[in-house]
Design a protein around this ligand. Structure first.
Ligand code: ADP
Length: 870
């Protein structure tokens, strides 16, 4: 059994060993009968307090509830237990607050009365303090957030709910619920920004793309539709790579955005203003320059304006004035206005400007912080003034009548030409009324019609009459009137007029009319003349359309004159001739060369008659064709005669051929007989006869050829032959007929030719015999051939009588012979060259002559090497 003493000892040992501060009190005076070291440490006492009443040991607790509590426990026997109770204890002479969870446990004795009080205390001061600090911090945070107008929000990602504070709810325009759904929160965002916000949130919630969330967007209040700009910042919290929370703050930046928008608008206004604006600091360094100013002084957009030096855009002289005079005045008088010449940095052009300088003050301190300048480019104004001056000079010296009157008609100005026109002196005109120098009719018109129209439409133009102040002559004029308005009020103040003297014009018109009458008469006379000639006379426009045909046409033509104009005459043409006529006419129209053709036209009796049609172009001074003049001559009879002649020639030459051939045969027999009998004299005579017969034969052959050509019966035998060989043969034959001339040859053409060998040799013979015939004094003929790409060319040159220029092209005509006295001495029919040219043309070649009278001629032809046999 344990004795009370032993029990006490055991208790003491227990108490002392306990790490928890423990004390035991006894008696109504609450005597500390036991206290372990932790408790003594708490009290900051040593063990001398043991055995003392507690009030004595810890007098500092006097004003605190503990003594009463202990007494109550002792007396009542009820245990007292409390948490987080505060006790101020004296430590190192200072009262320090502590917090305890403690128990006063009444331990009853055997008598049922309290034997002692068991006091245990746990020091929780640190925890309490920490909690207090936390609470304080939280409070401070809330306070600072609310003072900074910042709201907080907290998104529960798992449940899709948002918890937000009041400020935040206000910013989103939702009142009431502290927790809403995520969707509802989103519905407060401005529709235009919603997508962007969603994207930003998704990005923040994605662990891969980072959790930072910093965004500005608009909200539209649910309640009243108010628009706000908010700036949200937040952060997502992740657990094992999954976001479970997303929280942050929101701040109202509406005012900031508005201010910056306003600033931006203001800046844009300044930036794009047409005036040239610059700001410099007080040291004169440029800190701002708007676009207009940059353009004016040649600063590029990319250039750093702070690096510009004043000398870049001031001439040395102007810089001196600015630095030494103007800047002083700006400072002294709080600004300056005047003219300055700026210099364009790139072009060095000097630009006169009107510049206003002003000082810029700090709005808060009032201190001067810079200088602003607004410049106006004076060039347009100066130009306008110069223009105006020039205009005034022009008006002054203008030959037109110029005047300027107020709305009552009082003359304010009249130029020299005006004064002369109406015979006024400068003094007389000053103040004179315009109605004084206009005719009565014109004055009435001005008052009644012109003035009202001027006032409503601003201008009028038309004919009026002036009256010469000395002679009283009425001068017709063409006048233009304009209203002049006040530059600022736009109210009409005067009108200006310009007038042209119409007399020279009227005179000119009268003369023109006279001339026209004369001309019309002349045309009539001409038409009369044209009608009286026996031929058809016509004219055509440059495009070939007939615009006049005289009456003769009507007498012959099957179609009326009206129907024949333009291109109507084509219808009367013989179908066989139409194409050739059209081609020739078009050729002449295009080349301007004379038109000459023969064709058949149907007459009234529906018979075709032959016409020779000729037309010549009339050209103006520039060589441009203005008209074609043509005549048609009826050549039906000539044609018929020619036909008869051709028939006759055909028959005659054919009939002559047979007897000539017989005579020739007899002559040859006779020559043989005479020669044999030794009668050489007669043999020679018969030989001469034979040569004459040869000539006769060739004349008849020529005539036959002509009739064949004219009737289209000339036949060709095509073959491919050695051209030069043929030429050599001809030379040999012809050379034999002359002892005077030597035929020299230079035959460069070496190829074969396709064509009618005999007919071509006939041409060469003809050219050679002509050369001999028409150069009786010369003793040399040259014949040469050349090769020209696809052509063979042959020329025969003589040194004889030659042909005059005007006749040389006619020698190829039928029966044409040059009709000089000399030429008559040469025999011939004028057919050889005609036949030759027909042959060459039919073979697709050309024939021509170059000749100088008395010097000689060169006849040439060219033929295509390859013949197309037609
Ligand atoms: P003709 O039988 O008259 O010689 P052509 O047709 O051969 O006929 O020649 C026509 C005219 O051309 C000749 O009458 C002559 O006046 C002129 N003529 C031809 N050849 C020459 C020439 N070589 N030199 C000068 N005149 C020539």
């Amino acid at each position: 059994m344990v004795t009370p003493f032993a029990a006490q000892e055991q208790l003491k040992a227990l108490v002392e060993a306990s790490p928890i501060p423990t004390a035991i009190y006894t008696g109504t005076d609450i005597i500390i009968s036991m206290a372990n070291q932790p408790m003594l440490d708490l009290w900051d006492k040593d063990n001398s307090v043991i055995g003392m009443p507690i009030a004595e040991a810890l007098p500092e607790l006097e004003q605190q509830p503990f003594f009463d509590l202990l007494k109550h426990v002792y007396q009542s026997g009820e245990t007292y237990q409390t948490k987080e109770s505060k006790a101020d204890l004296l430590h190192n002479g200072k009262m320090i607050p502590f917090y305890f969870d403690f128990t006063y446990k009444a331990i009853p004795g055997s008598d049922g009365q309290t034997a002692y009080i068991f006091h245990t205390a746990v020091d929780i001061t640190k925890q309490v303090e920490a909690r207090h600090k936390l609470a304080e911090t939280e409070e401070w945070l809330t306070l600072s957030l609310s003072s900074a107008d910042i709201g907080t929000w907290d998104l529960d990602v798992v449940n899709d709910t948002v918890r937000w504070d009041e400020r935040c709810r206000e910013l989103f325009g939702i009142l009431g619920a502290e927790v809403t759904t995520y969707e509802e929160a989103l519905s407060c965002i401005h529709p235009a920004d919603k997508h962007m916000v969603r994207q930003a949130i998704n990005k923040a919630l994605n662990p891969a793309s980072g959790s930072a969330y910093d965004i500005r967007y608009r909200t539209v209040a649910k309640l009243d539709g108010a628009l706000r700009w908010v700036h949200c910042k937040g952060k997502a919290y992740f657990n094992n790579g999954t976001a479970y929370r997303f929280a942050g703050i929101a701040r109202d930046i509406t005012a900031e955005v508005r201010t910056s928008q306003r600033e931006r608008q203001l800046l844009t206004l300044v930036e794009d203003n047409a005036s040239h604006m610059t700001i410099a600091d007080m040291e004169g360094n440029l800190i701002y320059m708007n676009n207009a100013a940059k353009r004016l002084i040649g600063v590029t957009d990319t250039e750093d304006i702070t690096r510009l030096a004043a000398k870049d855009f001031y001439s040395a002289e102007e810089l001196d004035r600015v630095q030494n005079q103007i800047i002083r005045q700006i400072t002294e008088k709080d600004g300056w206005r005047g003219n300055i010449t700026l210099t364009n940095k790139i072009t060095r052009e000097e630009i006169p400007c009107e510049v206003s300088y002003m000082l810029i003050h700090d709005p808060e301190s009032g201190e001067v912080i810079g200088r602003g300048a607004i410049a106006r480019d004076l060039r347009p104004e100066i130009k306008a003034k110069t223009e105006l001056k020039r205009l005034a000079t022009i008006v002054d010296i203008s030959e037109d009548f110029c005047n300027y009157c107020d709305l009552e008609g009082k003359t304010l100005y009249m130029n020299a030409a005006g004064l002369t026109l109406i015979g006024f002196g400068e003094q007389e005109v000053a103040g004179s009324n315009m109605f004084a120098y206009h005719s009565q009719n014109s004055s009435r018109l001005i008052r009644k019609e012109i003035m009202p129209q001027l006032l409503s439409e601003g201008r009028w133009s038309g004919s009026l009459e002036l009256v010469h102040q000395q002679t009283g002559e009425v001068i017709p004029i063409y006048k233009q009137l304009f209203i002049i308005r006040d530059e600022f009020t736009n109210i009409p103040v005067a009108f200006a007029g310009i007038a042209r003297d119409l007399r020279p014009e009227l005179e000119f018109r009268r003369k023109l009319d006279d001339k026209n009458t004369i001309l019309q008469n002349a045309v009539k006379e001409l038409e009369f003349l044209a009608d009286s000639v026996p031929s058809v006379v016509w004219t055509s426009k440059p495009d070939g359309h007939l615009d006049y045909i005289n009456k003769r046409w009507y007498e012959h033509g099957a179609t009326s004159i009206e129907n024949s104009l333009g291109e109507g005459w084509h219808h009367a043409l013989h179908p066989d001739d139409e194409q050739a006529a059209r081609n020739a006419w078009n050729h002449s129209l295009q080349t301007g060369t004379p038109y000459q053709i023969e064709f058949r036209i149907r007459d009234k009796k529906d018979q075709y008659r032959w016409w020779l049609v000729r037309a010549l172009p009339l050209k103006n001074d520039d060589g441009k064709i203005v008209k074609w003049y043509g005549t048609n001559t009826d050549i039906t009879e000539q044609k018929e005669l020619q036909q008869q002649k051709d028939n006759f020639l055909g028959i005659a030459s054919h009939e002559l051929k047979t007897p000539i051939t017989s005579i020739k045969a007899y002559a040859q027999v006779m020559q043989t007989l005479f020669t044999r009998s030794g009668d050489s004299k007669n043999a020679e005579l018969v030989g001469k006869m034979d040569r004459q017969l040869n000539r006769l034969n060739s004349l008849v052959a020529d005539l036959l050829d002509v009739t064949k050509i004219n009737t289209g019966r000339l036949q060709f035998n095509y073959e491919t032959f050695d051209f030069n060989e043929m030429v050599e043969e001809v030379i040999e034959d012809v050379q034999r007929t002359t002892s005077r001339h030597l035929i020299k040859k230079a035959l460069a053409f070496k190829k074969e030719l396709t064509g009618d060998r005999d007919r071509i040799s006939q041409v060469v013979t003809n050219l050679l015999t002509n050369a001999i015939k028409y150069s009786p004094q010369a003793n040399e003929i040259i014949i040469y051939t050349e090769e020209h790409e696809t052509e063979a060319k042959l020329c025969v040159q003589d040194f004889g009588i030659g042909i005059s220029l005007d006749k040389k092209d006619r020698v190829f005509e039928q029966f044409y012979r040059v009709s000089g006295t000399r030429e008559y001495t040469f025999p011939g029919l004028g057919l050889g060259l005609y036949i030759s040219s027909e042959i060459i043309k039919r073979l697709g070649g050309r024939i021509w002559v170059t000749s100088v009278e008395n010097k000689g001629s060169t006849f040439c032809f060219s033929l295509p090497i390859k013949q197309s046999t037609v």
